[in-house]
Design a protein around this ligand. Structure first.
Ligand code: AMP
Length: 655
């Protein structure tokens, strides 16, 4: 087994201590969770302390810190005013617009109150939903914190999603107000958000009563009279607003965030207030080892869970400055190509903790390696990578280049914070290549046989990675408006056991390190972004010339996976004529990009006369995927028509 971070060591030669510091910490968390989490709860401010640490009386629902009242915005902003009002809280860098601006905690406090007053003026109160469809600009963070402040439930939708995806989410979240902007920008290309939002509202059965828009001056906006309001006008009216934090029950809802699953309908992952605040505060201390007064830089987007936990709330709760970055990793603030921009920012802002995704590092790998040694990176203590499997060449390249521990961490939108990693703040255990590490405190992680539900305890036995309840603080409470879907989807998938399924395959080695081996369901991971193949299939089916479609995720050197679509066209021209195929492929790709966003657009659309199915009519996606990756498709005894798979094989090998 090879090691690639921090203390280089060989596990075989290492003495196994009786009980390491981390093991001891972990044991306390699972043996006496209430005492353990009561202690962690002291990391945040409470208006009223909890009267019951955990209510697990209605499994699988876990209610943390019952009776306690607190507020995420208070913990992220107000709490720091006494000691660090003039220290940086939010550093905004946009290489798209050439903007660099720092907000102190005092300034952030004022901005958040202005936004909170603006939302309140638009009728938003406790429990109301506010959908945030924003580029990576400070106003997005102000809006999230403002919602938290007044007890509104925010629902951030990734700015890369198009009207169709946005409409589904508006319909499900039923927001009173939508917060948006004229446009985002990527690689110098302006993406107008307002027309996408208008179309989404038109498509949605639910109509928000107001829209609050930040005008960045990037794209013209047609304002709908009576509905659309410019954020700047509202901010002016509420310039000196004083909006106290609304004290919320720990078990109240802080936000929902949509994520893909097996069905075409995204799930609204719902999170609480108190449990989330405690979980983040604890993770900042024990996992990220970030300290007040330092700078945290996560390259993710506020539209993803990493953005919620580790761009906005986590670092701020810890009293750190958070660096919010809009732009590519390869473009300078002067808009010229610069593959060293991130490292320049690490030097300039003395970043101590950085968080990114393997795909981003793979992009940087194509840049001049000298860029890694050009800047003073001595402030940096660790680089955390998550969202997809971390391959060895990427890990080695960045580890050697930066000379700091590279910490792989495995988690999901549902968990809200890392489930498997190395808790550097407790004990800097060595990492093993290919493994994110060991279960984090609070998580009772098991590997179960997918068919029998039997626990697999032997080393390297492959099964489904599950979490035994009660789940720790910060974990999703339920699926928004659908407790039954939460129970049925996540807690009933392993026969005979009520355990939370991660829908990931995994193994555990002889030292207790876990290895994640991909999804058990139809979810794919493109550049660290989670996409449901069913959603893409549904979108493609909308094209008039599509009879049937199968979408699979296929291994890709840069993005980890890409979506590949196999379509049975209604008229056979695309099967016989290359030009007709190319035209139809272009049309189908446009349908997906227009409805779901460019992110979901398949890398290729191939035309076939039939799709491989079982005799009972189930699509054999896994067999298609195996053939695309030139692997053995496995047992095909239940396949109806072998010629269908043969046709795909020929298409793939002739590519
Ligand atoms: P998301 O909910 O978008 O964060 O996606 C979660 C999924 O991404 C997990 O279920 C895994 O399939 C994958 N994933 C996240 N982190 C890792 C990691 N460190 N190693 C391997 N897979 C990961």
């Amino acid at each position: 087994m090879q090691f690639w971070h921090g203390r280089q060591a060989d596990s075989k030669n290492q003495e196994t201590p009786q009980m390491s510091r981390y093991e001891d910490f972990y044991r306390q968390s699972v043996d006496a969770p209430e005492a353990f989490w009561a202690e962690q709860a002291r990391l945040i401010d409470w208006q009223a302390p909890p009267t019951q640490v955990l209510d697990a009386s209605q499994p699988p629902f876990a209610r943390w810190f019952v009776g306690g009242t607190t507020n995420l915005c208070h913990n992220a902003v107000d709490r720091h005013l006494a000691d660090r009002a003039d220290q940086p809280a939010l550093v905004f860098v946009s290489t798209e617009t050439g903007t660099e601006k720092t907000y102190s905690f005092r300034e952030l406090h004022a901005e958040v109150q202005r936004t909170a007053a603006s939302l309140a003026a638009l009728g938003v109160g406790k429990g109301d939903r506010v959908l945030i469809y924003m580029p990576m600009i400070p106003e997005a963070a102000f809006a999230m914190l403002a919602c938290a402040r007044i007890g509104a439930i925010h629902c951030v939708v990734f700015g890369g999603f198009a009207s169709g995806s946005l409409a589904t989410r508006i319909e499900d979240a039923e927001p009173k107000v939508v917060v948006s902007a004229d446009a985002g920008s990527r690689g110098g290309k302006v993406i107008a958000y307002k027309p996408l939002l208008d179309e989404a509202i038109r498509l949605s059965k639910h109509k928000p009563s107001a829209v609050m828009l930040t005008d960045r001056g990037l794209a013209p906006m047609d304002l709908v009279a009576g509905r659309d309001h410019l954020a700047a006008d509202l901010a002016l009216q509420h310039h000196d607003a004083v909006v106290p934090c609304t004290w919320l029950a720990a078990t109240d809802i802080s936000y929902t965030i949509y994520t893909s699953g097996t069905t075409g309908k995204p799930k609204g992952v719902q999170r609480d207030v108190g449990g989330y605040a405690v979980a983040l505060a604890a993770s900042m201390k024990h996992i990220f080892d970030g300290r007040a007064g330092e700078t945290y830089f996560s390259t993710s987007d506020i539209g993803w869970v990493v953005g919620h936990s580790y761009i906005v709330y986590g670092p701020l709760i810890a009293g750190m400055a958070t660096l919010m970055y809009e732009g590519l990793p390869t473009q300078g603030i002067d808009k010229q190509p610069d593959g060293g921009i991130w490292w320049r920012l690490v030097e300039k802002y003395k970043v101590t903790v950085m968080f990114s995704a393997p795909t981003a590092v793979r992009v940087l790998k194509k840049q001049d390696p000298a860029l890694l040694s050009k800047y003073d990176l001595s402030s940096l203590r660790a680089l955390f990578l998550a969202g997809e499997p971390l391959d060895e060449p990427t890990a080695r390249w960045i580890s050697n280049g930066l000379g700091v521990p590279i910490i792989d961490n495995y988690w999901q939108t549902e968990s809200g914070w890392p489930m498997i990693t190395i808790a550097n703040g407790i004990e800097a255990k060595p990492s093993k290549f290919g493994s994110p590490g060991v279960p984090m405190y609070g998580y009772r992680i098991k590997i179960l046989h997918e068919a029998t539900g039997e626990e697999l305890t032997g080393p390297n036995e492959k099964g489904v990675v599950v979490v035994e309840g009660p789940t720790p603080p910060g974990f999703m409470q339920t699926v928004w408006k659908d407790d039954q879907r939460f129970v049925d989807t996540y807690w009933k998938s392993v026969p005979g056991k009520m355990v939370y399924s991660t829908f990931d395959w995994g193994i555990r080695d002889e030292d207790g390190y876990f290895y994640i081996l991909g999804r058990t369901d139809d979810v794919i991971n493109v550049a660290g972004h989670r996409l449901g193949t069913r959603e893409i299939e549904e979108s493609i089916s909308g094209h008039a010339n599509v009879a049937e479609v199968a979408v699979v995720g296929v291994a890709d050197a840069l993005k980890g996976q890409v979506a590949m679509a196999f379509v049975v066209p209604k008229d056979g021209r695309a099967l016989a004529d290359a030009d007709a195929a190319l035209k139809l492929e272009g049309e189908i790709m446009k349908v997906v990009a227009d409805q779901l966003g460019a992110l979901a657009r398949p890398a290729r659309v191939r035309f076939v006369s039939g799709l491989p199915k079982t005799r009972s009519g189930k699509l054999l996606r896994r067999a298609i995927q195996a053939v695309c990756e030139q692997r053995d498709p496995g047992d095909l005894t239940t396949m109806d028509d072998p010629a269908t798979l043969q046709q795909i094989k020929q298409l793939v090998s002739s590519a």
